[in-house]
Design a protein around this ligand. Structure first.
Ligand code: GDP
Length: 453
């Protein structure tokens, strides 16, 4: 494999920057770029040692650097790796990278270091995916989930199921192929029992997928209510300093602009209704207008009411509309006298929160209500094992094969038919861990990485 290089730190000015080189020739190339202050040559350095020196491009001095050597197989990629830490200026970092390229390294592709770690058996595919999850984690819960993955929790659990299926395939194969060898008959009943244990384990693996997905991706939400109930004030209160990323979500009837706000460890991807609630017909026109579509397309509706006024006709229309939605009623303006009869609200909306958006008081209660509505608790994320869509698809497919195999057995199908179905389930699990996976899947996994990782 070629020797590759990339800047592993962000493409921005910082205290230091790191240029990573991985591959057979990394020490040889580093030696041409880096002159150590001491006597030891780079090629003589042991693994896990550093040297101070100067980076050069030919005879041109570039920067003072620290060079670290990792010897194969005890490195991130499993290959010989050299990391050059220089001052974190954009220009100087790129100059050193260029010098490394000039001396024989090739540009690393996105995720190539991690891909090499996977190809060299340092990580299974789920662990490789966890690296990206760790990098993109925005809170404690996301990080915890990513760490579970990194520690091989998913791999171990999937492997256990995969081994059970493998054993069944072995038993079935032996019995079918060597009938004269006095091999015990595989009974449908036993096979069913074993498949049932695998079915349970696979179901448990994806049980908390949704809570995990919510922690990672956030909840698509909309704040809705008649004019002047305090929607904008609540929105600003929620966004605070965390007001962040604006994303364009395609695929809806129009492109809705979203604003992400953090509520503790949960992200609400709020459909930005700015401007919409200026129009008076938001509730009146419900049934045809944008509000209707937003309610439809959002996972969570935060319906705001003015606690200081009795419910109006518009409020009542809104309440009726929210019957089958995941919804939280916010009774706003709790700093003023509450003169709102909540009977109608209680009948239609599962969670009610009293708060004052203006005084920024009661937001914690809103967070708790979100957790109740989405059944998020400590367990749900610490045991969420399948963390991304690819893994979930593999488990879903394996699970459906196992279920098909069970019904085939119960319907008295031939065991060779069952054998084929179990084999298919096994293939999905091997694809999940990366033990048997197409190049296209591997490429797809690593294409989501950043260059330098
Ligand atoms: P929107 O039309 O629903 O977006 O409502 P706004 O956020 O523009 O608020 C309407 C009025 O209600 C403004 O004068 C706000 O200052 C006021 N308001 C909003 N939230 C509160 C609150 O919690 N307490 C009090 N006393 N007034 C509030």
């Amino acid at each position: 494999m070629s020797t590759v290089t990339a800047i592993s730190t962000p493409n921005a000015v910082g205290g230091i920057a790191v240029i990573r080189i991985s591959g057979e020739k990394s020490l040889e190339i580093a030696e041409k770029v880096f002159r150590p202050a001491g006597h030891k040559k780079v090629s003589e350095m042991s693994g896990y040692t550093c040297a101070y020196g100067i980076a050069y491009d030919g005879t041109e001095r570039l920067d003072d650097c620290i060079l670290t050597v990792f010897r194969s197989p005890h490195s991130y990629t499993g290959e010989d790796v050299v990391e050059i830490s220089c001052h974190g200026g954009l220009y100087v970092t790129r100059r050193i990278l260029r010098a490394v390229l000039k001396n024989g390294a090739e540009n690393a592709e996105a995720g190539e270091f991690t891909k090499r770690a996977y190809l060299n058996g340092k990580l299974d595919l789920t662990q490789a995916e966890s690296v990206m999850e760790i990098i993109s984690a925005r809170g404690e819960r996301e990080l915890k989930m990513a760490e579970n993955l990194r520690e091989g929790m998913t791999y171990r659990k999937v492997k256990k199921c995969s081994e059970k299926l493998m054993k069944m395939l072995g038993d079935l194969g032996a019995w079918a192929d060597y009938p004269e060898e006095d091999i015990p008959e595989v009974s449908s009943e036993n096979l069913c029992k074993e498949l049932e244990t695998v079915r349970k384990e696979l179901s448990a693996l994806i049980e908390n997928y949704d809570s995990g997905r919510i922690i990672r991706e956030g909840i698509s939400s909309v704040i809705i209510g008649r004019p002047n109930v305090g929607k904008s004030t609540l929105f600003n209160c929620l966004s605070g300093c965390d007001r962040s990323i604006v994303t364009d979500i395609a695929g809806t009837t129009r492109d809705v602009v979203e604003e992400s706000v953090r509520l503790g460890d949960i992200t609400l991807r709020l459909a930005d209704t700015a401007g919409i609630h200026e129009t008076d017909d938001i509730i009146e026109g419900i049934g045809v207008n944008i509000a209707e579509k937003l309610i439809e397309s959002s996972e969570l509706v935060i319906a705001v009411f003015d606690g200081n006024c009795p419910l109006t006709e518009d409020d009542l229309k809104l309440i009726k509309r929210l019957d089958n939605k995941k919804c939280i009623a916010v009774i706003n303006k709790s700093d003023l006298e509450i003169c709102l009869d909540t009977t109608e609200i209680e009948e239609n909306i599962q969670q009610i929160v009293y708060l004052s958006a203006k005084e920024n008081d009661g937001i914690e209660k809103l967070k708790k209500a979100v957790e109740v509505v989405f059944e998020i608790n400590e367990n749900s994320f610490s045991s969420a094992v399948a963390v991304n869509e690819r893994q979930k698809k593999c488990i879903d497919s394996a699970l459906s094969c196992v279920e098909t195999a069970v019904s085939a057995l119960k319907n008295g199908e031939f065991l060779d038919v069952v054998n084929v179905i179990i084999d298919e389930a096994e293939q999905y699990l091997l694809s999940l861990t990366g033990e048997k996976v197409t190049d296209a899947v591997v490429d797809e996994v690593f294409s989501r990485f950043c260059v330098g990782k």
